[in-house]
Design a protein around this ligand. Sequence first.
Ligand code: NAD
Length: 369
Amino acid sequence: MSTFDLLILPGDGIGTEIMVEVDRIIKWFNDQGTVTFNTQQSLVGGAAFDAHGEAISDETMDMAQKADAVIFGAVGGPKWDDVPYEARPEAGLLRLRKDLGLFANLRPAICYPALAQSSSLKHELVEGLDILIVRELTGGVYFGEPKEITDLGNGQQRAVDTQIYETYEIDRIARVAFDLARKRGNLVHSAEKRNVMKTGVLWNQVVTKIHEDDFKDVSLEHILADNCAMQLVRNPKQFDVIVTDNLFGDILSDAAAMLTGSLGMLPSASIGAKDDQGRTKAMYEPVHGSAPDIAGQGKANPIAMIASFAMALRYSFSKAQEADMIETAIANVLDQGLRTGDIMQEGKRLVSTTDMGTAIIAELNKQTA
Ligand code: NAD
């Protein structure tokens, strides 16, 4: 039987509430006896600041380095608006991404049939949608130097951000995208702006070469990032995997996300390089934040968090069947008309965070009966 070590970091606000539902699902799998998860739990974000004066402690970072995967809730909230910049809750998340070397961000946009009506697009355009956006997470214009605002002395200022990509950064993210495409629809769109940006020219060349050398069996299309944005709202089902840089990925993944309805439905994964033992560092988290407006009221939708755990099963532990079970359970509870407030529709049944978790576990039970 396989055994995996998980570090659970619930964080702040609704992070703690939705993680309770993942804990119940982990316990459910442990009780089944086919896979075992050993879990450790620690503090991150505002909760860690309150306890130690920093957004994540070295001890927790050490636990994260040793774990097979980190399961992360959400951080932040008005309580910590005035803490020093280096200790703000988000600093914990950024340190995890940086120190674990998580360079690839995976954001699926899946439209469950029961929610197709709540998309802002016509339901026939989004029903059954299943896109995976692979965004480069540690390079590009968010990190390139110089990054500064200079006083020009004449009442004007000049702001500079620098977009930099080196071959190895493009190479490794492209490989992640091609590998994932092989497990899905076998199609990769590589999005850049080679018409106006040198980084786009290099991006295009490197992706083309890797494709020719190692991934000839996967279909590759190059697309300008602005056209990609347009196509995402015109005909999103033409896409399978989209690989793109940090900036374009930030924007395109948010656009793709909203095709599917609510923030409370969106999981994500961030993964790093393979180490000497073939282990890949990875962190799984919902796309949404700590939702202070509904925290502590039992209103949070736990589906993004639970679906993030399903991604861990699929991508870190090669447990595709177990991941499918969770995703089927989610689709079934939605088909039954159960809804948290964020996805509520007329004629459906409004349920709490706990009720949603209980219903998903009941559906898991049905699948093993
Ligand atoms: P948010 O994602 O927390 O909330 C935006 C809106 O969506 C709110 O109305 C909220 O109630 C709703 N919402 C979000 N998740 C939901 C869920 N699971 N179920 C039901 N409704 C849900 O974004 P925000 O309000 O801009 O930020 C709140 C705090 O979260 C801030 O401190 C911000 O910095 C932080 N934040 C953290 C992360 C993270 O931890 N990865 C990401 C984004 C924002």
